[in-house]
Design a protein around this ligand. Structure first.
Ligand SMILES: *Cc1c(COP(=O)(O)O)cnc(C)c1O
Length: 228
């Protein structure tokens, strides 16, 4: 399994406007460096501690994406350098990220995570909840976060129709927000699609696919440090 070969081959199959985000959680810095040397600059991690450690040792022009659930007390560790947070799943989290970003004089790119999957464990706003927040202009005062779009995970299932239905729900929500509310041009990303389902996500209008195992191989979670 060679991550550079895999990355190259997958990239060839994607439309030009779709970002291939390499999800490097549990993988060593050396592998990230190899992909970096090939030209990849966007990497995704889901644990704050692991992300911070990798940031320390790897090239500083990497765009680091926080893709996993973020606890409010951990925000401060990644705010100085994180490129995009995909996992804004409550208004309270958005407010806390905004506060920390203000402290650091930054404007941080954020995606709003939508819960469309059947599974109980997935975080995120329901489409109705998010629509209400836009109706009430709830994000307007948060000047230090830039809302760049939506993020979602589909149910982990072999039922392609279910996955398709969930991705298209996200796309419809995106379109409806764009039509009904004064949202800027920067609200243009739909981050959806993982190793098992990204071809469906791309068909449904994804602009960022988050791929781990199809690039790096299966993960060994015993290598991941700390439950943070
Ligand atoms: C781990 C992870 C991915 C990548 O998963 P693969 O199935 O290995 O591609 C994508 N998105 C999120 C939020 C993840 O936690």
């Amino acid at each position: 399994m060679d991550c550079v070969e895999n990355y190259k081959n997958i990239k060839k199959t994607l439309p030009e406007n779709v970002l291939l985000l390499a999800v490097s959680k549990t993988k060593p810095a050396e592998e990230i460096q190899r992909l970096y040397d090939f030209g990849c600059r966007d990497f995704g991690e889901n644990k704050v501690q692991e992300l911070s450690k990798k940031y320390e040792v790897l090239p500083k022009d990497i765009r680091w994406h926080q893709i996993g659930h973020l606890q409010t007390n951990k925000i401060k560790y990644i705010i100085p350098f994180v490129y995009m947070i995909h996992s804004i799943d409550s208004l309270k989290l958005a407010e806390e990220v905004n506060k920390q970003a203000q402290k650091h004089g930054r404007i941080v790119n954020c995606l709003l995570q939508i819960k469309v999957a059947q599974e109980e464990t997935k975080f995120g706003f329901s489409p109705e909840e998010l629509t209400d927040l836009f109706k009430n202009n709830a994000f307007a005062a948060l000047k230090n976060i830039k809302l760049c779009g939506l993020m979602a995970m589909a149910t982990n299932t072999d039922d392609e129709n279910e996955v398709l239905k969930e991705f298209s729900e996200v796309k419809n929500l995106y379109n409806s927000l764009r039509i009904n509310y004064p949202i800027g041009e920067e609200f243009k990303e739909i981050s959806m699609g993982m190793s098992e389902d990204y071809p469906i996500a791309v068909k449904e209008g994804s602009t960022i696919v988050r791929l781990g195992s199809v690039i790096f191989g299966e993960r060994d979670y015993s290598q991941q440090s700390g439950n943070v």
